[in-house]
Design a protein around this ligand. Structure first.
Ligand code: AP5
Length: 244
């Protein structure tokens, strides 16, 4: 029988049962922080592909919601998508409910890359409790830093595949055929929360809530600052240096 794709349990819910293709030389359990558009998702994809850890993104989980079965379309999820459309953070109880249902993914033998979670102090404290219960520890928190003008340029040119969620950029990572996903042939779209008015709300949420997390993880000796300037490969190389 075909194995579900790695990380499928994160999107669909239930216990994480995926196995790394080969046992990784070193298991990484990381949190990726950074402003919207800094390139966390791009780095998480590279790190997942090359280090064998599962890419666990709460944003991706919400964006995949339209594909879930009708039973999963709860009023809380519908409200969450409306918050997201406006660029606001989804309320902690909704996010934490979804993450707790998927906590088995944090015990994955290949490790994990948490992208977009935690985002508030309440989420960070809940994550600490979940990790303790799962008997795993974070290795490091990579905090990607990018000047605002480059953040705006990255968000303005981003396109994503509505079918497989692959991410492109009109200038930095253009698809081979305009408007068509290289990976699955799906249609490329602009994210609704990349509209300028939603971006302003997201940046404010980042500065108000998420930036505080850097201090929390610095105090615990886990924080690694990484410049997100330059090409994805350059940022990837810096990420590895920060983890050495
Ligand atoms: P989420 O999906 O997590 O979005 P985000 O944190 O705002 O981050 P982005 O996905 O916008 O950017 P990214 O840093 O991953 O950049 P990317 O790699 O795509 O969350 C979305 C929403 O969901 C939130 O606003 C909230 O409503 C809700 N939500 C999610 N988690 C939540 C939580 N825990 N609590 C509450 N609410 C939550 O790169 C951006 C672009 O730049 C791409 O086009 C890419 O190709 C390009 N690019 C990347 N790197 C480079 C590079 N080095 N050079 C040139 N171009 C590059």
């Amino acid at each position: 029988m075909d194995q579900p794709p790695r990380g499928a349990a994160w999107i669909r819910g239930g216990r994480g049962e995926c196995e790394p293709d080969t046992a990784p030389a070193r298991v990484y359990r990381l949190v990726l922080l950074g402003a919207p558009g800094a390139g966390k998702g791009t780095q998480a994809s590279l790190l997942a592909e090359r280090l064998g850890a599962c890419h666990l993104s709460t944003g991706k989980l919400f964006r995949a919601a339209p594909e879930l079965g009708p039973c999963d379309h709860t009023p809380a999820l519908a409200a969450a998508l409306e918050h997201m459309r406006r660029g606001e953070l989804v309320p902690d109880p909704t996010v934490l409910g979804l993450v707790r249902e998927r906590r088995g993914c944090l015990g994955c033998r290949g490790g994990f890359l948490l992208d977009g979670f935690p985002r508030t102090m309440a989420q960070a404290e809940a994550l600490d409790r979940i990790l303790t219960a799962e008997h795993v520890r974070l290795d490091a928190v990579l905090d990607y830093r990018l000047p605002l003008d480059q953040v705006v340029a990255r968000l303005g040119g981003r396109r994503f595949c509505a079918s497989c969620q692959a991410v492109f950029h009109l200038q930095a990572r253009p698809p081979r055929a305009e408007g068509v996903c290289d990976r699955c042939g799906g249609r490329l779209e602009r994210r609704e929360d990349d509209r300028p008015e939603a971006v302003r709300v997201r940046m404010a949420a980042y500065e108000h809530d998420t930036a505080l997390l850097s201090q929390h993880y610095r105090r615990r000796g886990l924080l690694r600052l990484v410049s997100a300037e330059g090409s994805p490969e350059e940022v990837y190389a810096r990420s590895l240096l920060a983890l050495a």
